[in-house]
Design a protein around this ligand. Structure first.
Ligand SMILES: Cc1cc2nc3c(=O)[nH]c(=O)nc-3n(C[C@H](O)[C@H](O)[C@H](O)COP(=O)(O)OP(=O)(O)OC[C@H]3O[C@@H](n4cnc5c(N)ncnc54)[C@H](O)[C@@H]3O)c2cc1C
Length: 266
C-alpha cells in the first residue's frame, strides 16, 4: 500500500483546491496539488467501492508515466512497477495472427514502454497515496457559485464546500464543464458506432504467444486486444461495429456473444 508520501502542506500557501471526481484524473490531480503544498478535498458522487472499481486494465504509456514519476516522491511510480506489468514487445495482427505492425522498447532504446495494470489497482494505489479524509464519497456536485475569493460548491445531500479553486475531473458528463459552458442540459454522448467489451482473464487458462506482452487482432468491423497486467492476469478489450442498444442477454451473456463474434479468429 502506498501511504501518503506527499509532503506537509505549505502553510503559507492559502490555496485550497476542491476537485470534483475521484477517477484517475481527480486522484492524480489531488496527488499533484498536495505535492505542490495545497490543501485538497476530492468530492466523488459514488460510494468508495464503486469509485475504486473499473472494468479491465489500462495502459499507462511513457508520456503518462512521466507524470507519475513526478508525484509522491517517486513512490507512485515504484508501486505501479511493483503491481503492474511492463509494456514490452507487442503488435497488431490480422485475425489469423499475421503480423501487421510490431513495436518494441528496443526500437526506442528503452527498457519498457510503460506499465499496464488493472484499473481497480490503479484507482486503489492513487487513493491510498492520499491522506485519510481527502476523498469524500457519496458527494454529487449539484452547483457551484463563484465568489471574489473562490468558489462555493453544493452537493446533492446538502453538503457545502469552499475552495480558492475548483477543478472539474468529473468525466465524460462533466457537470462542472456544463456549468462553465452555460449549458442548461448536459449534452448526450454520441454513439461511435462501435460497442466495446472489457474484462480480464487468468493467463494460465489461455494459450498465448509468450513473445508478446500485448497484441491486437483485426478482423473486418471487429477487433480483439489483450495485454499483460501482472499477477498472472491479462486484460482484454473487444470492439465490434454494432447498432446502439445491444443486449448481451439476448445472446446468452457477454462470453457467448464474444465467442460468436471471434469464432474465426486465430
Ligand atoms: C475502452 C477504453 C479504453 C481505454 N484505455 C485507455 C488506456 O489504455 N490508457 C489510457 O491512458 N486511457 C485509456 N482510456 C481513457 C481513460 O480510461 C479515460 O481517459 C480516464 O479513465 C478518464 O478518467 P477521468 O478521471 O477523467 O474520468 P472518470 O473515470 O469518468 O471519472 C470521473 C469521476 O467523477 C465522478 N463524478 C461524475 N459526476 C460527478 C458529480 N456531479 N459530482 C461528483 N463526482 C462526479 C464519477 O463518478 C467518476 O468517479 C480508455 C477509455 C476507454 C473507454
Amino acid at each position: 500500500m502506498v501511504q501518503n508520501y506527499h509532503p506537509q502542506r505549505k502553510k503559507d500557501l492559502p490555496m485550497k483546491t476542491i476537485i470534483i471526481g475521484g477517477g484517475i484524473a481527480g486522484l492524480t490531480c489531488a496527488c499533484a496539488c498536495l505535492d505542490a503544498g495545497m490543501e485538497v478535498e476530492v468530492y466523488e458522487k459514488r460510494d468508495l467501492e464503486s469509485m475504486l472499481s473499473g472494468a479491465g486494465g489500462i495502459f499507462i504509456q511513457q508520456n503518462a508515466m512521466r507524470v507519475y514519476d513526478l508525484l509522491g516522491q517517486g513512490k507512485i511510480r515504484e508501486h505501479l512497477y511493483a503491481q503492474g506489468a511492463k509494456i514490452l514487445k507487442g503488435g497488431f495482427f490480422s485475425k489469423k495472427a499475421e503480423l501487421l505492425y510490431l513495436n518494441s522498447p528496443n526500437f526506442a532504446n528503452v527498457e519498457d514502454l510503460g506499465i499496464c495494470l488493472l484499473r481497480p489497482k490503479l484507482q486503489r494505489l492513487l487513493y491510498d497515496s492520499l491522506p485519510a479524509g481527502t476523498v469524500r464519497t457519496n458527494a454529487a456536485l449539484t452547483k457551484f457559485v463563484e465568489t471574489p475569493e473562490g468558489v462555493n460548491v453544493s452537493f446533492a445531500d446538502g453538503r457545502e464546500a469552499w475552495g480558492n479553486v475548483l477543478i472539474g475531473a468529473d468525466g465524460l458528463y462533466s457537470k462542472v464543464r456544463a456549468f462553465l459552458a452555460g449549458e442548461e442540459q448536459q449534452k448526450p454522448a454520441i454513439y461511435s458506432g462501435m460497442t466495446c467489451w472489457r474484462g480480464w482473464f487468468e493467463k494460465k487458462n489461455i494459450l498465448l504467444d509468450e513473445r508478446y506482452s500485448w497484441a491486437e487482432l483485426w478482423g473486418c468491423g471487429d477487433r480483439f486486444g489483450y495485454f499483460d497486467v501482472g499477477g498472472g492476469q491479462y486484460s482484454f478489450y473487444a470492439f465490434k461495429n454494432n447498432p446502439p442498444g445491444g443486449d448481451d442477454s439476448a445472446t446468452g451473456g457477454a462470453k457467448k456473444t464474444l465467442q460468436a463474434i471471434f469464432a474465426d479468429y486465430a
